[in-house]
Ligand binder design. Structure first.
Ligand code: NAD
Length: 536
């Protein structure tokens, strides 16, 4: 039943504020509770934009927008959807990073659910408190590795909230069916423990069997309570991210965006870059700076794509190299984790990135280490000596962690670099040309994948889905966009991009026998019909 009077105005999913028509005001007991004017949504939108643009900092813009989201979700999504290029850096990286750092200080109203280490044994009971039955997309974090910012504990909740906003803005996932969750297992960040405003549990992080038992209980309870939901893991620490993915991927409808979503958007960037540099994927040599979830995920998907092009798995892996905090990852090292082993090749150990570039002579250099400035002038210049069109991906987020800026990559390579970043960089003027660096934003991939998976209620999320998403994305980049330096389509086209990816993923889910609904005559129409619109 639709709530009445003030209850309706306090429900962000139903409240349209001053846009409620005379008839709605009469019907829902709103007369006298709103000022006289009935203000159309586009005028409300203009008013919000005026306020957002007048704000002094991005963090205050973020606060204005999240406050609006807490009052009137349709209007919030109208603003974000109509101005996605302007709003994405505020709602997501880089500003969301600042918002997470300050989360407990700017905290106003709880959104989503918090499950703590103390809730072991009663997670199902707690999930029963969520007021809506039909949940389709859940984003969950334990806050251990928020962007490149490290352990932010419960402050990391800004990430699931932000990612779900992107699901709605970019792919039209109905916000009423989304649920952000933080598993608060404590924090080892002393600054948070010392902060009187910190909203999370002030205990050392739960580890080992107790942690696994909580996560197992959570996965079982959440998929029982919401059987049609896709569960996206986000910003877990490196040690847990892979383990949990392996543990759950064949049991539940789940994926890890840092590993698989990143891999897909990066592979799309690689395929686009090859259209600029020429050559086949199988001919390339990739050097990754950083051997965490993002880097290993990207290398694994690139290797799988090389196998599709005819290489053996061993040959494909031998074209992907890593540098971690101890230098080049080579077979003779005894300090490697299991995840790095497949990419540890026979070679002389180089202690640093420059030495590794010398040893590997890569065609692609990919930064996923969260180490600001790691791509030094010497490293980038050496890439430019080795390659006519060196490909430089500085993917670490937020902007302050990028391995190299777009301007430097162009300057140090006389404008020859094919550059892409994780956080946005403005266009760069270089010798009379305007170069538009592409942003390898995961938002190109996960909303479309999520839309496709939920449209057909896929039982599992497969690597092939991320592969098909990458190829679909790369095919949507025009020649003109490539010529201006951009490896991705403009963000303003994101809803169409997501719809195309969703259709490809949904098709594949049917082909792989994973869809739990019958195949409709027109799958494209079925997917598009599910896209929620914020217009009222
Ligand atoms: P992670 O913590 O799992 O991995 C980071 C890796 O970098 C670790 O292997 C660590 O050993 C290595 N490292 C640290 N210092 C180093 C040094 N000095 N030299 C070489 N290696 C070093 O994190 P992750 O999930 O792999 O993410 C890494 C970065 O990538 C983050 O900044 C994240 O924001 C970014 N990222 C970007 C995108 C994107 O652009 N689409 C997506 C996901 C992650």
């Amino acid at each position: 039943m639709t709530p009445h009077g003030p209850d309706l105005l306090h429900d962000p999913l139903l409240n349209h504020g001053t846009a409620h028509t005379r008839e709605e005001r009469e019907r829902h007991g709103l007369r006298g509770l709103l000022p006289h004017q009935v203000i159309p949504q586009e005028v409300q939108e203009a008013r919000v934009l005026e306020n957002v643009r007048a704000a002094a900092t991005d963090l205050s813009r973020y606060t204005i927008l999240t406050n609006l989201q807490d009052r009137n979700e349709s209007l919030f999504y109208r603003v974000v959807t109509d101005h996605v290029e302007e709003m994405m850096p505020i709602m997501y990286t880089p500003t969301v990073g600042q918002a997470c750092l300050k989360f407990s200080h700017i905290f106003r109203r709880a959104r989503g659910m918090y499950i703590t280490a103390e809730d072991r044994g009663s997670v199902a009971e707690l999930l029963a408190n969520w007021p809506r039955e039909d949940v389709r997309v859940i984003v969950v974090t334990d806050g251990e590795r928020i962007l490149g910012l490290g352990d932010l504990g419960a402050n990391g909740m800004g990430i699931p909230i932000g990612k779900l906003s992107l699901y709605t803005a970019c792919a039209g996932i109905d916000p009423a069916t989304t649920l952000p969750i933080t598993i608060d297992v404590g924090t080892n960040n002393q600054d948070l423990v010392d902060d009187p405003f910190y909203v999370g549990m002030k205990e050392p992080r739960l580890r080992g069997e107790a942690y696994d038992a909580l996560l197992d209980e959570f996965m079982e309870a959440v998929t029982t309570r919401f059987p049609r939901a896709l569960v996206q893991f986000e910003d877990f620490g490196n040690a847990n991210a892979f383990r949990l993915l392996r543990r759950y991927r064949d049991r539940y409808c789940t994926f890890n965006d840092d590993i698989q979503g990143t891999a897909s958007v990066a592979l799309a960037g690689v395929l686009s870059a090859l259209r600029v540099t020429g050559g086949t994927l199988a001919d390339q040599r990739f050097l990754f700076h950083g051997a965490g979830g993002a880097g290993l995920g990207i290398a694994t998907l690139i290797a799988a794509a090389m196998v599709e092009e005819g290489l053996t798995t061993a040959e494909a892996r031998s074209r992907c190299w890593f540098v971690d905090s101890r230098g080049l990852v080579v077979a003779s090292r005894t300090d490697l984790t299991e995840n790095k082993r497949p990419f540890a090749h026979e070679a002389v150990h180089a202690p640093d990135l420059l030495g590794a570039v010398e040893e590997v002579r890569p065609t692609f250099l990919v930064g996923v280490s969260g180490q600001h400035g790691a791509f030094t002038q010497e490293v980038v210049r050496r890439m430019a000596e080795l390659n006519e069109r060196p490909v430089i991906f500085a993917l670490s987020n937020p902007t302050s962690k990028a391995e190299c800026t777009a301007a430097r990559a162009y300057e140090w390579t006389e404008g020859r670099a094919v550059f892409s970043s994780g956080s946005p960089f403005s266009p760069v003027e270089y010798r009379g040309r305007t170069l538009v660096p592409g942003q390898g934003n995961n938002a190109y991939i996960f909303p479309g994948v999520g839309l496709g998976v939920t449209a057909v209620e896929a039982a599992r999320v497969t690597d092939e889905m991320f592969m098909v998403a990458a190829r679909t994305l790369a095919d949507l980049v025009s020649k003109e966009q490539l010529a201006s330096g951009s490896l991705y389509p403009p963000l303003r086209d994101i809803r169409e991009v997501s719809a195309r990816i969703a259709v490809a993923v949904a098709e594949l889910a049917h082909d792989q026998g994973l869809a739990r609904v019958p195949r409709p005559a027109d799958l494209g129409a079925r997917v598009r019909e599910r896209m929620w619109s914020p217009v009222y």
